[in-house]
Design a protein. Structure first.
Length: 131
């Protein structure tokens, strides 16, 4: 589908992402991630920048966005420390967009007003910050 085509589902997601009470860099990252515009090894291999697309952390799976930020086995210890992300064990995602849709839909449940998405430890981990 052309990026200029109207798609109510995607446009609704964009509105929810851009409407999040979070830092602009978090919203921008989510927007780029949903568009699969993050330079993962999988994307770099597809664009013939790299030859290998295996995750350097676990050496077990292709490093796409879902794997790099969500399902890599070496992330388990990070996720297990965060109670708001416990749904990780219950839900799987094939595309990062599905993860973002799930989190944005459940934002109140997982983050609540006292801990918005921008203050989540995992989001800070994604951006190299600590609380």
């Amino acid at each position: 589908m052309d990026n200029n085509d109207y798609n109510p589902e995607i446009n609704g997601l964009w509105r929810r992402v851009w409407g999040l009470k979070s830092q602009p860099k978090v919203r921008n990252f989510l927007w780029q991630a949903v568009k699969n515009a993050i330079p993962t090894k999988s994307n770099l291999k597809r664009h013939k920048v790299m030859l290998e697309d295996c995750c350097e952390q676990c050496n077990a799976e292709v490093e796409d966005l879902v794997h790099a930020l969500w399902s890599c086995s070496l992330l388990s210890s990070v996720w297990e420390q965060q109670s708001e992300w416990q749904f990780r064990m219950e839900v799987s995602f094939d595309m990062f967009r599905e993860l973002v849709e799930y989190v944005v839909e459940k934002d109140g449940m997982h983050f609540g007003p006292a801990k918005p998405l921008s203050q989540s430890n995992k989001c800070n981990s994604w951006f190299g910050h600590s609380e």
